[in-house]
Structure formats: C-alpha cells, structure tokens
Design a protein around this ligand. Structure first.
Ligand SMILES: *Cc1c(COP(=O)(O)O)cnc(C)c1O
Length: 433
C-alpha cells in the first residue's frame, strides 16, 4: 500500500510538472491521487475471482468451479449466511443439535442408506472412511481401479494417507471375484471399489460387479466401500448415465459405505458425501479426522437447498444438457439475433456435443446444438478476459458457443460480451480512464 501510494504521488507530481492544471483544486487532486493508488493496488493484487459464462457445454468444468448452484438455492442462502443459523442448535429445546442434520436426513431419504455424513470433498470422505475403518489394516483394491483422478487424487496415496495398507488384486485389465477372495485374510478391513471416472480400460477386460463383491464381503464379514465419485444419488435414465450405478442402487445392492462428490453430477457445493450403515457412519463421525474435515455452514446451506430440489424433482442446471433440440434451437437463434443486432455478426446453428465432464462418462457425448461464428485465438482470449468472462472453444476456425451450460438469464450478458470481444476498439473507446 505504501509503495503504491508513493508511486502514485511521484507520478502525479511528474505529470503536473511545475504548476497544477487550471481547474484542479485540492479536492480534485486528492481524488485523482486516490484513483491512482486504487489502480496500483488492483494491478498488484490481481482482480480476484471473476464471474465466467461457461459456453463450453462441459457441465462439471473443474477449472471453472465445477457444478453451478441453482439460482433459487443461491437466493435462499443469503439470509443463512449474512446472519446466524441453527447449524448446531435444536431450536425446539435450545440445546446443541447435530451439525447439518437436515442434510443427513435428505441424503438418507434420497439414497435409502441408514445414515450419512458430509465432509469437505470426496477425497476427504474416502480418507475419513479408510482412517476410521482400516487404519493399520489391509484394504483390497483391483489393479484396474488404482487410478489418479485430476488434481493429484491418487488411490494408493489416499490409502497411505489414511494409514491403510493397500492389497492389489487382479491385473490392470482383468480382475475376478476369485482374486478378491484369495486376498481376504485376518487383517482385511475393507474391500474398496473405485469408479475409474476419467479413465477407461477397453478391449479384453473384466471387472467384478458390486453385487458380487458385496456377497463376498458378507461371506467373510468384510465391509465393502464404493467410491462412486460423481455424486449420482439416484438412478438416471439418461443414455450417458444408464451404466453408472447411483448411490441408491449401490446401497440397495448391499454396499456398506458409498462416497461421492457434492459438486459434480449432484450439482451442489464442494462436499464429500458418505452414506451407509449406521454403525459404520457413526464411527466416521466419532473419528478425530471428522473434526478436521467437517464443512462449514456455507456448504450445509447450499447442499441442503440442492438436495431438497433433488427430492422434490425441481429442475437442476444439469438437466439443460438434455434440453430438447427445438428448445436448444430457439435459444441459439435468439442469441444469433442479438449478435446480429448488437454487432452485425452472422452466426449459424451447428451440431455439437456437450459433456458431463469432471471424469463422469468422459467418452459419452451428449449430442445437440450450438452456435458457430468465424473467430480466432485472439477473439477467444478477449472473450476470456472480458467482463463477464466467457469461455467457449474453437472448432475449424469457428467459435462454438454451447448454451446448454449457460443460464438463460445470462444470454444478454453473453451476447454483449461476444460483441465486445469482436470489436475491442469500440469498447476500449467507451471505457472510462
Ligand atoms: C472426482 C472423484 C474423486 C475426488 O472427488 P473430490 O470431491 O474432488 O475430492 C474421487 N473419486 C472419484 C471416483 C471421483 O470421480
């Protein structure tokens, strides 16, 4: 701050040279100085987090903060965040209550599990489950599931962090039930199954079905933990998700513990969801690590709002990925009209694939429509650095804007931002010094 102030004073002195300009009184000079100091500070600190319109068609875009919260949920958050809330108080008795009990009730209602616990992210859920149930003991995992999932999440290292000993079974491409059976011994604490997420082994492969693993676990009295990953709580009939077992299905199949992310397909805030048998969840809750990994009220408030919408069947932003083609076309044509009127740009509705992203069904495109207009890297960069920032992508010399990841309320801002990126001179002239 002192550096910026000194620099601003020096600059201003230099500019004024000998005397001050005619109309500048002390007050005006001071205002100029303050503006200059503020600009210097901003340049030094960077602009902070900025709103981005995601026109990539990739729903769980990890670089853009993963799933967006539904607007009605965000509106409900404000009174819970700018004041106090009953996070840990039973208002009826005035005594201490369980943290975020509403969320636990919603999770058990949605998944059919006996109990639930929420932590800061799915990596934390896995570490907590392993630390509470397998510290110093063995956890059996298929070699085909020892994956790394973006951002340095590696299954062997997660196990090590939790103090569990990894027992690898099978091979990279094939693991059979018998491989698990032979690995189970005195010291086996858990059988772990991991959804391979952003990784596929194709061709000559074989993996053990969750149900068979559960039967084996039952036979030996060893609990089965499944890292489902994406937070798909209930079964989906979307073609891209039909083969992805949901928490509800895994619990119904007898899995003892199931964990997933809050900010992928669930569509909520960053969180780790762990559901399963009551006594196993209770043990996680009592473990000292729970105190380290428990979320704050932002998370509980947002998660509760999103889970409520899951329960009532209200539409969530994820559903836009499968919007019917006529509706997609209407939105795109409206955007094309805005661009034509705003800056005379011609745009065309073309076919494009959207993706779930975040490692969920990466190879399964969601066919649909997007808007295309001639552009180059410079336009793409100006879009990213504009206000609001817009992220799209280039395909064969054309900018592709996919509205399936854009809130309809953002369409006007999007068209203005696109026009500004195509005509940087016009907007620069309009900006204030
Ligand atoms: C995304 C993912 C994780 C990591 O979840 P975070 O919420 O980012 O910690 C772990 N396991 C699987 C299978 C995943 O897909």
């Amino acid at each position: 701050m002192r550096v910026q102030a000194r620099r601003a004073v020096e600059e201003l002195r230099r500019e004024l040279g000998g005397g001050r300009a005619g109309g500048d009184d002390d007050e005006a000079l001071m205002a100029r100085l303050c503006r200059r100091i503020a600009r210097g500070l901003e340049a030094r600190l960077g602009s902070g987090l900025r709103r981005v319109i995601n026109a990539t068609g990739i729903f769980v875009h990890t670089n853009l903060g993963r799933a967006p919260l539904p607007r009605p949920v965000v509106a409900e958050l404000v009174p819970l965040l700018d004041g106090y809330c009953d996070l840990e108080m039973d208002l009826d008795s005035g005594r201490r209550g369980g943290r975020g009990r509403g969320v636990d009730n919603l999770l058990t209602a949605l998944t059919g599990a006996e109990a639930a616990v929420v932590v800061n992210n799915n990596a934390a859920a896995l570490v907590l489950a392993l630390a509470a149930h397998a510290s110093g003991r063995q956890v059996v995992v298929s070699r085909g599931e020892l994956v790394e999932i973006g951002g340095s999440f590696r299954i062997p290292e997660i196990l090590e962090t939790a103090g569990a000993r990894l027992v690898e079974v099978g091979t990279t491409n094939r693991t059979r039930l018998d491989d698990y059976a032979r690995a189970i011994g005195e010291d086996t604490a858990l059988l772990l199954k991991v959804h391979p997420s952003n990784y596929r082994i194709t061709g000559f492969t074989e993996a053990v079905d969750g149900r068979d693993l559960v039967a084996l676990g039952c036979e030996h009295g060893v609990p089965v933990l499944v890292d489902e990953g994406s937070g798909l709580l209930t079964p989906s009939d979307r073609p891209q998700l039909r083969d992805h077992p949901s928490h509800r299905e895994l619990i119904a199949a007898g899995c003892d513990l199931v964990c997933g992310s809050g900010d992928k397909l669930l569509g909520g805030p960053q969180a780790g969801i762990l559901v399963g048998r009551r006594e196993l969840i209770l043990r996680c809750r009592k473990h000292p690590l729970y105190r380290v990994l428990r979320p704050n009220r932002f998370t509980f408030a947002a998660l509760e709002g999103v889970l409520r919408r899951h329960l009532t069947g209200d539409e969530l932003p994820l559903a836009r990925l499968w919007a019917d083609p006529a509706q997609q076309r209407r939105r795109l044509e409206r955007l094309a009209e805005r661009l034509a009127a705003g800056c005379g740009r011609g745009a065309e509705v073309v076919e494009a694939n959207a993706y779930l992203g975040g490692g969920s069904a990466p190879e399964a495109p969601i066919p649909g429509l997007a808007l295309a207009l001639p552009a180059d890297d410079a336009v793409l960069r100006r879009l990213r650095t504009g206000t609001p920032a817009v992220v799209g992508y280039l395909r064969e010399g054309r900018l592709i804007l996919d509205l399936r990841t854009v809130d309809p309320a953002d369409e006007e801002a999007l068209s203005a931002a696109v026009c500004a990126a195509f005509e940087p001179a016009a907007t620069a002239a309009g900006s204030t010094p």
